[in-house]
Design a protein around this ligand. Structure first.
Ligand code: KG4
Ligand code: ZN
Length: 334
């Protein structure tokens, strides 16, 4: 069975082809260079770029999978959450393909796609597991009991982890998206240079806005008083200290959830799962406790359509499908 996956929820236009649960092709076209000069994603520009790029990207994915549109059996598309105009482009294209070809259509929740990305690399992964979903739009911890059964244990009360990276990068006059830049700078800085707050200690909820404010205050302080510290060194230290605070919180909450639920398997998903310190620390801590960590490769952490195709395929196998009245939704809980 061949599934075509389509993803246009934010600033990546992506298409992928799967044979059953095996990825035959996965093409991602990033709009980062277009949005960079504005310091973040401009929704209207994103929609226009998706409109321009989606069909060429679908054709490229079909060609890379050595197949054609008339061989596709199922179309899976991200329909929530995301920028409404951006989602509309993918959903409209998917509906048109399904209608024209008379094949089934299935709408996929972007967050579920991120979580299930782990199944592409680890097909044998068994339920239950804990899923830490950390991206530009999400920061949540789920107890995943089965496909489609996501019990929310905790989530951010304000900014998502990726959003905090992007905002702190802006404060430090660094490029968008902030995650990869801060990650790189942090590796050269001292994580103990500044003691930033770790957010709520109790329960499984996260909060990153206090941390962001602490970084802003620190920068203001630094800019006001010339303490004679070399600026380049200072930025690296702030980046490293900020990253240490984010990663400490993410790791600590995940371990606490493992302790309380008794679940020994952990999946880390979403764009922030590409973070080198998070990967390292989560690996060490889970290993020490005899737990198993499932970390998708970098290409599967950032937005892609292979994860959307897989989620659609797995749900379709259970007899689920969407109607041609599928509409995009800006937000929706998993
Ligand atoms: O999953 P994703 O590609 O898009 C959303 O669904 O939001 O995640 C993008 C987010 C951005 O906020 C970006 O700064 C962050 O992931 N990110 C990282 C890293 N690479 C990307 N954050 C920390 N460290 C990284 N290496
Ligand atoms: Zn995403």
């Amino acid at each position: 069975m061949l599934t075509l996956g389509i993803e246009t929820s934010c600033d990546e236009t992506a298409a992928a082809v799967l044979r059953d649960d095996t990825v035959l092709s996965s093409i991602v076209s990033s709009q980062i260079d277009i949005h960079k000069k504005y310091g973040g994603v401009v929704p209207e520009l994103a929609s226009r770029e998706h409109l321009k790029n989606l069909l060429p990207i679908v054709r490229e994915a079909l060609a890379a999978a050595a197949t054609s549109i008339d061989k596709i059996d199922l179309v899976a598309v991200t329909y929530t959450p995301g920028l409404i105009g951006a989602l509309l482009v993918g959903v409209s294209a998917a509906k048109a393909i399904a209608y024209a070809r008379g094949i089934p259509l299935i709408g996929v929740h972007h967050g579920e796609g991120h979580i299930l990305a782990a199944h592409i690399e680890y097909p044998g992964i068994g339920y239950p597991y804990l899923a830490l979903l950390v991206s530009g739009g999400h920061t949540a911890l789920y107890h995943v009991k089965d496909l489609g059964e996501y019990r929310l244990l905790g989530q951010t009360r304000d900014d998502a982890a990726g959003e905090a990276y992007d905002k702190v990068a802006k404060l430090l006059d660094l490029e968008y998206p902030g995650g990869p830049v801060i990650d790189r700078l942090a590796s050269e800085g001292n994580p103990e240079a500044v003691k930033f707050p770790r957010g709520p200690r109790e329960g499984f909820d996260f909060s990153f806005s206090g941390l962001k404010t602490a970084v802003r205050n620190h920068i203001t302080l630094f800019k006001n008083k010339d303490r004679g510290i070399e600026p380049a060194l200072q930025v690296k230290d702030v980046a490293a200290s900020f990253q240490a605070a984010v990663v400490d919180t993410l790791v600590e909450k995940t371990l606490l959830a493992a302790k309380e639920t008794g679940v020994k398997h952990v999946v880390v998903a979403g764009g922030v799962a590409a973070n080198s310190l998070l990967r390292k620390r989560m690996g060490e801590e889970t290993n020490r406790r005899g737990m198993t960590l499932y970390l998708p490769g970098m290409g599967l952490c950032i937005d892609n359509a292979a994860m959307i195709a897989l989620a659609g395929y797995l749900h379709f196998q259970r007899g689920e499908r969407s109607g041609l009245d599928l509409n995009p939704r800006a937000s929706m809980p998993l």
